[in-house]
Unconditional design. Structure first.
Lengths: 262, 348, 296
């Protein structure tokens, strides 16, 4: 009993540690004062201001577009690569996996700087595309590493059986292989999306003056005081994801119920 | 899964649209200090001229320079300080604007154009935007003596209560002035002395900040902070306990001015932008918003609040200005000496 | 591929393999990897070559080793060593906090894996800069903790702008990257092995140290990597929570690029990269040893 209590307490403590700053930010979004160190009473003012603030909405839009597009392109390239790597012989496979690990092992700052130097050396103007390319680059490994394990679990014979039964390779791929590895593909996509959303360092080095993601926008605002609208926006985003999570979890739970009874 | 694919197709379409839609129309790339302009003035400019303003901010002159010099991005209008303008002129980075396109220059006070000659002989390259001094902001409830000297920054009594400025030239200016030297010193022993002083100060400092000083002082995080005079009106508006002083040992007086880099691609738009910023009503809007002293006499005439119009903080008297000196560009070698010494201070 | 553990791939060898490592049976799939290879060459290999070029040349395109040897400059060396110290401390703290948590989560009745994973990842949806700034709010002299302490007339907690605050920021930001890989390995450990050990008379401590710990080593190692590397190289956390008083190697590199010393910055980046690769090589040696023993 005591052990159980200690365990619960411990989990609670860690969750509190993880979520305390988030609670603070949510509280600040209702603070009727521009300064974050003073409490000026409760207000919904910043939520109204948020939708009028063009630069924040633009940053949000850029962030989402880059996260979605980079996650999607990375998923395409990564899934294809994973399938190919999976059927490679040992040596090329080791090389490929090693290269895949580079952006994950390398410091963000080095990845960001090396990409910036490349773009500048090629006289490529830093802007939307350079950020998108950089995000795709660090996202692909996450996709590959999510898809690979699913590929390993595949039964190789189903695909061959489909071919023997007269399916074209492409048709067989979509009907036999893709459904089986799809959870891995989806995990990769969401992981890539989250990583892109949360990235600051690489964007910081590869962006041009025309665009701001939420991260870079916040970084410039840190210095002169964050605009409370940003807190409001983050609160909305956080709650949206939280709700999504709860709904998905509910549905999963309902689906699992009958299986357990069997 | 089909939904997923459909959604993705939609997305790609959106990305393509974004990529294409944003590329036409007249633009002007502005590179300015953080929170150094009323965003509404930019909107007005866009409305009146149809030119889109692409706006980016920097925190200190030393950050801005390499970005302009490397040419990775070509800006059209930049707002460096005096000594940095001099450096850019010397390194041949600036374009001589056509002043026929900037008729509103006539509103800029003659005295300021005169002092701008120090770094921009003949006023050929720059148009003053704001000016001010470097001084101490202190919280009257947290100190028990009148403050009029830099010595409080080196006083153990205020250990942990000091917000020091995180900018090479400003930090050394303080130490040099306190020691009684010229703030444009290039003398090795003087600089070494100044460095030693700053190293002694290190343990007393709560944090090295530039723009963050504003929020921290308003919130009462520290008793004493080094700050540009322009912030003083804003901070005392938010927290009446804060007071600004230019120490008796002397300090720095600076002018930030608009310049157009040589590699600008929209020079006419840049001139239109500078001209717009010199219009008295626009200059007044900016003054109200950022509270940095304006050299625009047209705007000054329009200020309604007599207290501000005659404020010794916003528009210091000659007596104060007599003890201030402007920065000069000291050359590339001296610049790296300063940076090296400053890194030694902070790498403690 | 240690990192893969984060994504719950590599099951400990003790579990039964499903279909072996054999190829899918898709013939001629090699072309599928072409876009990826092109991409990696263009945006990983070539940029590294560019950084190598910058790191080994001067402004006048002359070959030099000065940029690389600038790591021996006392300021830079101290920044590297200090970053190393802080990141090691935060890695150890993360490990100590994360392992018990992962074990408890693994034991818990909550069968929904993805839910637990999501709970740990969820904070990442609040921007990382904002979360770090929130810590400033909590730790400041006029911050939440001190206001409460003051209210009860307790002594103030003065850790903002000190190394402790930076360590706290690192632990906070990177803890999920330690919890998840360990958790993912733990849930895959075959319960029968644990039970078998029990049946053979091992007490719970022995089971932990002789069975669970060795089997979870791959997860621990990827966790260490995922915490150590970003902590070692951060410049944002030290900026926000250290009040610019504390200079880490990340800050030095960032400053070099900010003031336009691209060559020195590249040289230092190279050193940092090599440093990380060596640390990883040492770590992976331990990993391999454990794999070897797990085979039987």
């Amino acid at each position: 009993m005591v052990k159980k209590f200690i365990e619960r307490f411990y989990v609670g403590f860690i969750l509190f540690f993880l979520y305390a700053p988030i609670i603070i930010l949510i509280i600040l979004s209702f603070n009727n004062s521009k300064s974050r160190s003073k409490w000026g009473g409760f207000t919904l003012h910043w939520y109204k201001e948020l939708f009028k603030n063009e630069s924040i909405m633009n940053a949000l839009y850029t962030t989402l577009i880059i996260a979605l597009a980079s996650a999607f392109i990375a998923t395409l390239i990564g899934t294809a690569a994973a399938i190919a790597i999976n059927s490679m012989k040992k040596t090329p496979r080791t090389i490929m996996v090693a290269i895949t690990n580079i952006p994950m092992l390398n410091a963000d700052i080095v990845t960001g700087i090396s990409l910036m130097l490349l773009f500048v050396a090629m006289r490529y103007t830093l802007g939307f595309t350079s950020v998108l390319i950089s995000h795709i680059t660090f996202n692909i490994p996450y996709v590959i590493l999510s898809v690979m394990p699913k590929l390993k679990q595949l039964n190789p014979h189903t695909f061959e059986a489909a071919l023997d039964l007269g399916a074209s390779p492409v048709y067989a791929f979509f009907k036999v292989i893709l459904p089986d590895i799809f959870p891995g593909v989806l995990t990769g996509f969401f992981l890539a999306f989250t990583m892109s959303l949360d990235d600051f360092v690489i964007t910081h080095f590869t962006k041009g003056p025309e665009i701001n993601t939420l991260s870079t926008k916040i970084y410039t605002e840190v210095r002169k005081g964050i605009k409370p609208e940003i807190y409001a926006l983050s609160t909305l985003m956080f709650i949206a994801v939280l709700l999504l999570l709860i709904i998905v979890n509910r549905r999963n739970a309902e689906r699992k119920e009958p299986i357990r009874k069997m | 899964m089909k939904k997923f694919i459909g959604l993705s197709a939609l997305l790609i379409l959106m990305v393509l649209l974004v990529g294409c839609a944003k590329d036409d129309g007249e633009k002007v790339y502005v590179y300015n200090w953080g929170e150094y302009m009323d965003p509404e003035t930019r909107e007005l400019f866009e409305e009146e001229t149809g030119i889109t303003v692409v706006y980016e901010e920097f925190e200190q002159n030393e950050d801005m320079y390499p970005k302009v010099q490397s040419g990775a991005v070509s800006y059209d209008v930049i707002c460096p300080s005096d000594y940095m303008i001099q450096k850019m002129i010397e390194n041949n980075l600036l374009y001589e604007p056509n002043f026929d396109n900037i008729p509103n220059l006539k509103y800029i006070d003659g005295a300021h154009l005169e002092s701008a000659q120090e770094y921009d002989p003949g006023n050929k390259y720059s148009v003053p935007y704001c000016w001010g001094t470097l001084g101490i902001l202190y919280n009257t409830t947290m100190v028990d003596e009148p403050i009029d000297s830099w010595d409080v920054l080196f006083d153990e009594k205020y250990s942990g209560e000091i917000l020091m400025i995180d900018s090479v030239r400003d930090a050394f200016a303080i130490a040099l002035k306190f020691l009684g030297y010229d703030l444009n010193s290039t003398n090795e022993t003087e600089l070494e002395e100044a460095k030693a002083l700053l190293q002694e100060q290190y343990p007393l400092v709560q944090a090295y900040v530039i723009d963050q000083v504003r929020d921290k002082m308003i919130g009462g995080e520290a008793a004493i902070g080094v700050i540009y005079s322009g912030e003083a009106i804003y901070t005392s508006r938010e927290n009446p306990d804060l007071e600004y002083v230019v120490p008796k040992e002397g300090s720095n007086v600076w002018i930030d001015g608009w310049v157009i880099p040589k590699n600008s691609k929209n020079k006419e738009n840049a001139e239109a932008f500078i001209n717009f910023m010199c219009r008295p009503d626009i200059a007044l809007m900016n003054f109200d918003y950022i509270t940095y002293s304006t050299p625009n006499s047209g705007a000054w005439d329009l200020i309604e609040d007599e207290d501000i119009k005659n404020s010794p903080v916003a528009f210091p008297s000659d007596e104060i200005l007599d003890r201030t000196t402007a920065f000069r560009y000291l050359g590339e070698d001296m610049e790296s000496v300063y940076i090296q010494k400053w890194n030694e201070v902070k790498g403690e | 591929m240690k990192i893969s553990n984060v994504l719950n791939t590599k099951a400990p060898k003790a579990t039964i393999k499903k279909s072996g490592m054999s190829s899918l049976g898709i013939r001629n799939t090699r072309w599928l990897s072409f876009p990826y290879i092109l991409w990696m060459v263009g945006f990983i290999i070539i940029p590294l070559i560019v950084i190598l070029y910058y790191g080994m040349t001067t402004n006048d395109k002359q070959f030099t080793l000065e940029n690389i040897s600038s790591i021996l400059n006392p300021i830079n060396l101290r920044a590297l060593l200090f970053a190393l110290r802080l990141s090691l401390i935060s890695t150890v703290i993360c490990l100590i906090l994360a392992y018990p948590l992962a074990m408890i989560l693994n034991k818990s009745k909550m069968k929904s894996n993805s839910f637990i994973v999501m709970i740990i990842i969820l904070p990442m949806w609040m921007n990382f800069l904002l979360r770090t700034i929130a810590w400033q709010n909590i730790l400041e002299r006029t911050g939440i903790i001190n206001t409460v302490l003051k209210f009860f007339n307790l002594p103030m907690l003065n850790i903002i702008n000190t190394p402790s605050a930076i360590v706290l920021g690192m632990v906070y930001n990177f803890l999920p990257f330690m919890v998840l890989p360990i958790y993912n390995v733990l849930i895959k450990i075959d319960k029968d092995i644990v039970n078998a050990a029990r049946d053979l008379g091992a007490n719970s401590r022995q089971t932990l140290f002789k069975i669970i710990l060795p089997l979870s080593l791959p997860g621990v190692i990827s966790g260490i990597t995922m915490v150590f590397v970003p902590s070692l190289t951060t410049f944002v956390i030290s900026n926000i929570l250290g009040g610019s008083k504390i200079v880490l190697i990340g800050n030095v590199i960032e400053q070099q690029f900010r003031i336009g010393n691209w060559h020195t910055g590249s040289g230092l980046s190279l050193v940092l990269m090599i440093f990380i690769l060596i640390s990883m090589a040492i770590l992976s040696k331990y990993d391999k040893e454990s794999e070897g023993s797990n085979l039987w």
